[in-house]
Design a protein around this ligand. Sequence first.
Ligand code: GLN
Length: 312
Amino acid sequence: SPATLSDIVTSFLDVVHDRLLADRRGDVADYIPELADAAPDKFGIALCGLNGRVYESGDTHIPFTIQSVSKAFVYSLALDDIGMNAVHNRVGAEPSGEAFNSVKLESSTGRPPNPMVNAGAIVTTSLVNGSSPEHRFERILTRLSAFAGRDLAIDESVFTSERVSGDRNRALAYLMRSAGSLSADVNETLDVYFRQCSVLVTSRDLAVMGATLGNGGVNPITGRRVTSAETCQHVMTIMATCGMYDYAGEWLLRAGLPAKSGVAGGLVAASPGEFGLGLYSPRLDHSGASVRAVVAAQQLARRFGLHILHRP
Ligand code: GLN
């Protein structure tokens, strides 16, 4: 019988997965023991179509912490809560060309360059509505869960470690407080930020989250509207320009998809109107993105002509 589209997609996911298993470049994040202990050879690729079909290859059900991948989705909540102009007054939209933990702030205002670097993500988290830090985090967890289409939870030991080892993020937050760009309490904001980084997901979850962005805000599995199409457009714009930090320009050149990386080895990419891609492999490159995830996403984008500027 003739191969269906799903056979073609699934077999290509397996080809990419199997080909990259031999790639052991990069190092697992080691700034906290929980990340240093990750099994370095795990590798999962999941793709979720806008019809809700999920294609998977490899370790797509292994939980890992979402880390910086959360920044894109929390940005969607801040946009919905206070509006794009109010968010933009506090967090810029310019690629910094610098690493995720860069201290670069706008010289006149102390405003962080964009919501994908830590400084900008910390301010973004502080802009989420809530009557207390607990309430703010509850709303963030609800938003992340709605994107994933299931109830997510946090890894408490990662949270505790992030909090005790978070001196650089704490320093960034104090710097922004003194510059006037962070108006919320430093410790309360960082607790929410470290919790949001400690939410457990699988590569399958990331595929569904990406598909929800690519589907204009309606989760293709649950059928529920999570956010507006306009917010998805704003989020994907920032992912396309800033999601991969100091690799963002080359990433856009080679993969051409809005994406966000995290230091636990997760990567989400969205193909607008097509599907979401979720990848996991813990060994990281110099920019803090998963080596295998970056290569796999580029091969998939190339094979299926997914570059957002692609013209057939
Ligand atoms: N928890 C990490 C931090 O804030 C997340 C960084 C990342 O995933 N790039 O430093």
